[in-house]
Design a protein around this ligand. Structure first.
Ligand SMILES: [Zn+2]
Length: 82
């Protein structure tokens, strides 16, 4: 079972909304309840960078390249440990 996947959304807002809705986190983001799991910044549709799934838990990322890079490193490290 592959527990880790990264989805990087398309640049169009409608696509992002559709993806977030599919993931079940659209409301969390539009209500301002979602935070980047790396830097703890509040996530909106404007700074949504992607999601990573770590052991079945969905983590939201902002669009900061450092956060995305760090998230990829974490998932790679977890992959190696499994
Ligand atoms: Zn961040």
């Amino acid at each position: 079972m592959n527990a880790i996947e990264i989805e990087v959304p398309a640049i169009y807002e409608e696509d992002i909304k559709r993806i977030l809705n599919k993931l079940g986190i659209l409301e969390e983001i539009t209500q301002g309840k979602a935070k980047c799991f790396i830097c703890d910044k509040k996530i909106s549709l404007d700074n949504f960078g992607g999601v990573v799934k770590i052991k079945g838990n969905l983590k939201v990322l902002c669009d900061d390249p450092i956060c995305i890079e760090t998230a990829i490193e974490i998932t790679e490290a977890l992959k190696g440990s499994e």
